[in-house]
Write a protein that binds this ligand. Structure first.
Ligand code: C2E
Ligand code: MG
Ligand code: MG
Ligand code: MG
Length: 283
């Protein structure tokens, strides 16, 4: 094979392939063994109301630090958890954890505080994921169904079946809010936007990255905000990293923003400090 003719090329190719394969196998093994352990935690990233400057919401982001493998990004282990059938268990844990957390922050800070939880399309499709339990859990905690919103991607609609539709309908009916995550990066965004009846649209950070300098990105973001508002949908900008981006977003009437400019995702203790400081600004 021509591909393997050069000696250096061969070894380079071989090593990188082997490493990749080994990592995935290792992750699979460790993921199974780590389920239910304290290697998992949730970090929270503030979502700021651009009209008031207040932290009205936050996104729950799952973290996994393994004693040997170190930190593993959810972008890496979530797809594996989906493949090997662990996503229901993991997703349930994130939901319960977040619901308990939001209860405490509502009591301590503000009653309308909301946590936004990422949901994998597999959680909708897999019969053994029991989403009905979630609404039961909220009422057990005496939480309003508005205390959480669920972030879904267009992937939810890609393999759409009766299950997805029925479950989304059930959650919407219960009053749980739905955010369409990573908006603009998938296919047929506009068709899904109409069909899903979402409450929030999160503009993907690839569109925000150059928004302070790129006229095309500016035009698109402004158009997205106008369109969303006409459909009664609120807009959240993801990945805001500087003040120039923020100022542009404010100027076009974007409702909320999230990104390193405000804060990286942080532990619940650190998030509480952010909330206290933010509240103190009011007085
Ligand atoms: P996502 O839902 O789109 O989350 C936003 C990602 O952007 C997060 O990465 C966040 O840390 C990162 N981010 C936030 N602000 C900035 C910024 O200003 N600049 C840059 N460069 N990045 C920013 P993270 O935490 O690594 O999560 C990656 C993805 O993993 C998430 O993307 C989501 O799709 C998935 N994920 C995370 N937690 C969960 C979970 O509990 N369940 C499921 N199903 N998926 C999850
Ligand atoms: Mg998200
Ligand atoms: Mg996103
Ligand atoms: Mg994403």
């Amino acid at each position: 094979h021509a591909k393997f003719s050069g000696r250096n090329k061969f070894s380079f190719f071989d090593v990188s392939m082997a490493q990749h394969a080994l990592n995935k196998t290792e992750i699979v093994k460790h993921l199974r063994n780590s389920m239910g352990s304290d290697q998992f935690s949730i970090h929270y990233q503030p979502i700021v109301n651009l009209e008031t400057g207040m932290i009205d919401k936050a996104e729950s982001l799952l973290r996994w630090t393994h004693p040997e493998l170190g930190y593993i990004s959810p972008d890496e282990f979530i797809p594996i958890a989906e493949d090997i059938g662990l996503i229901c268990e993991l997703g349930d844990w994130v939901f319960r954890q977040s619901a308990s957390q939001v209860k405490s922050w509502q009591e301590k800070f503000k009653e309308n505080f909301q946590l936004s939880i990422n949901i994998s399309p597999k959680q909708f499709q897999n019969e053994s994921c029991d989403l009905q339990e979630w609404t039961d859990f909220l009422s057990q905690k005496a939480l309003s169904n508005k205390a959480v919103s669920l972030e879904i991607t267009e992937g939810v609609m890609m393999n759409e079946g009766p299950m997805t539709e029925q479950r989304l309908g059930m959650l919407k009916l219960a009053g749980i809010e739905i955010s369409l995550d990573d908006f603009g990066t998938g296919y047929s965004s506009l068709a899904y936007l109409k069909k899903l009846n979402v409450d929030y649209l999160k503009i993907d950070r690839t569109f925000i990255q150059n928004i302070h300098i790129n006229h095309d990105d500016q035009a698109m973001c402004e158009a997205i905000v106008v369109m969303a508002h006409k459909l009664n949908i609120k807009v959240i900008a993801e990945g805001v990293e500087n003040e120039a981006q923020l100022n542009f977003l404010k100027s076009v009437g974007c409702d909320y923003a999230q990104g390193y400019w405000f804060s990286k995702p942080v532990t619940s203790d650190d998030f509480e400090l952010l909330l206290s400081e933010n509240e103190a600004q009011l007085h």
